[in-house]
Design a protein around this ligand. Sequence first.
Ligand SMILES: CSCC[C@H](NC=O)C(=O)N[C@@H](CC(C)C)C(=O)N[C@@H](Cc1ccccc1)C(=O)O
Length: 696
Amino acid sequence: MTAAASLDPSTLWQLARLGAPSLCPDGAQAVCALTQPELAHNRSSSALWLLSTLGGAPRRLTSAGSPQGKDGNPRWSPRGDHIAFIAQREQEGVKDEAPQLYLIPPDGGEARRLTQVPSGVEDFKWFPDGRRIAFIAWVFPQLKGQTAQAKAHKQQQERKDSAYVTEETLYRYWDQNLPMGRVPHLLVVDVDSGRVQDLFEGSAHELRRAEPSATDFDISPDGRRIVFVHDPHPHKDLQHCHALAEIELRSRQVRPLLQDPDWDLSAPVYSHAGQHLAFLARHQARRYTMPEQVAVLDTHGHWAVLSEDWDHSAQAPLRWDEDDLGLLFCAEHHGRAHLWRLDVKTCATHMLYEGGHCSAFDLSAGTLVLLHDSALHPSRLSVLEQEGQEGQEAATQRLRRIESFNDTLLQNLKLGRCEEQWFKGAQGDDVQMWVTYPPGFSARRQYPLLHVIHGGPHTAMGDSWHWRWNAQVLAAQGYVVAAVNYHGSSSFGFEFQDSITGRWGQLELQDIEAATDTLLRQPYIDAKRLYASGGSYGGYMVAWMNAHLSAGRYQAYVCHAGVFDWQAMHASDAYTGLHESLGARYWEDPQRIAAQSAHGRAQHLSTPTLVVHGQRDFRVPDAQGLAYYNTLKSLGVSARLLWFPDENHWVMKPANSVLWYQEIFDWLGRHSAGPSRAQARRPRSTSVGNTPKRAR
Ligand SMILES: CSCC[C@H](NC=O)C(=O)N[C@@H](CC(C)C)C(=O)N[C@@H](Cc1ccccc1)C(=O)O
């Protein structure tokens, strides 16, 4: 028998990645996309699989079209006769330039292309009658008809100049130059004839421009109306409160349903009886950090927040229970993500499934399927079986797996233990961290400590499987890995999340330092080998630590896509919201902004740092990483730059990801000689405000 191996980056890239499930109308089968990376070819392909919820082996439904084909977003038709999905394929002599809608019968046969929309299909929903599909596509709003759209698209593709000229406030997003003259519209395709109609053609209506998705609209049960989320302002901006409007399909009349300048509204969904509309509402005027609350609008135009007393943020999509008496959704709590049901009459909320991490679900004919992961395994699909009285707290839950795609690979791996710990952090508050131990950990040995600091800042690390910052891969290198849910993290209630507003960096650093001190009290942590790493806001924190902590406290840092200078972050695609987070615009209170930047204390930087950035990062432009790296070099501080010309805010390509992990291992491994244990245990100063730590 061979000894179990620990998880290395190459093995991580052998694991298959499961997508969200869609159930057939009788709930007996689910379809999902399965992405299989191929490290040797530096590519991934996705195919659709059918999974029986009653038992039986999974069956591959599509062949992914080509070696790197991507068949994704499958949704079963309400009639059960087709599965629609989005793919970019070459078939029937046509090569898709952009992702299109395809249809395949679930019992086999060839997939057929349903659309040929020049800019591609973003997302879609079936009409309840199963004869039409509503989908989102970016179109030139001044043009009429698909022929005109195709002609304008061709002209844009074939132009000789390359400039992007714009007067938009929001003109780029994540890694895309958008809108480039286009806006997201709702279109409808007839499944039999393939005829496409743009519902917003000739009007000024459009969907939200930031990642428009199928959660941004819903089709009424009678198929006559569509509710959609939109930015009511003529000039679009990420910070505007969104409103709900409804289009009557026959007349194309659009009527405002709900608009409130104080509330950001999203994720509308009709009840089965069509009498109510559930949606998410965030009281943005009060604070941008307010939770997404569950709300309902009735046919008289009255609306109410149902989750007023529930200090959690609900995640889209919302789903009406089959009896219209409850709403199902995922929401985080203390670093975990559960599936919840809110009773619309009593407003009581209870957990249907306790994660781990529940990221998606589907419900049909009483069958509930979940996509769930944990610190110990990537996403799995399972049926949730309720035992005891339905809807009662006492009901016990049991997961029944319906696939085992990664089991063989995982069975041969030795993973480390992951545990939740609490300690006293900033302001004397209880703060949570997740500690992952190296496989075969022994408390009698000594281990280096590696912080993995999450981004956001309003996100959380927890009992979940992370592909980009995988704690198991890092722990397998011999590190005790700590992921601190510092002040500002999501899932601990509004007060905790909002506590850092206008003073970014301060409480978070106290929390991370308190976590380090807590772990240093354990005999197995080697004080000569303390490290910190993080991406995005986590990268900001790492640069902030470098600027505020004494030399030698940590031996090395890894700063991925980190913010170095908040003033220069005005180049970010998310620049319109920065003042809400930082408490001022940089021209209003430059000192306040500088006081929250590591840049403002550049002379204090002293700890060796691996700086990582992608050139296609529009969220934290790579000038941030380059300025940080150049500053370290100018100061004579040991630094290494890992820069990817073809990655965005995240490193997503298999070979780049493996290199990314390897560079981190090498960098940390090179910096193990620090000050004596006693010295590191008692830092000369761990100033966290504006007090200089030392004169230099
Ligand atoms: C002040 S704008 C914040 C927008 C956004 N927040 C969502 O989490 C964000 O992009 N945050 C960045 C840092 C910010 C630019 C200072 C960030 O830390 N991103 C994290 C979290 C994230 C996760 C998923 C989607 C977007 C962001 C990251 O990239 O891991």
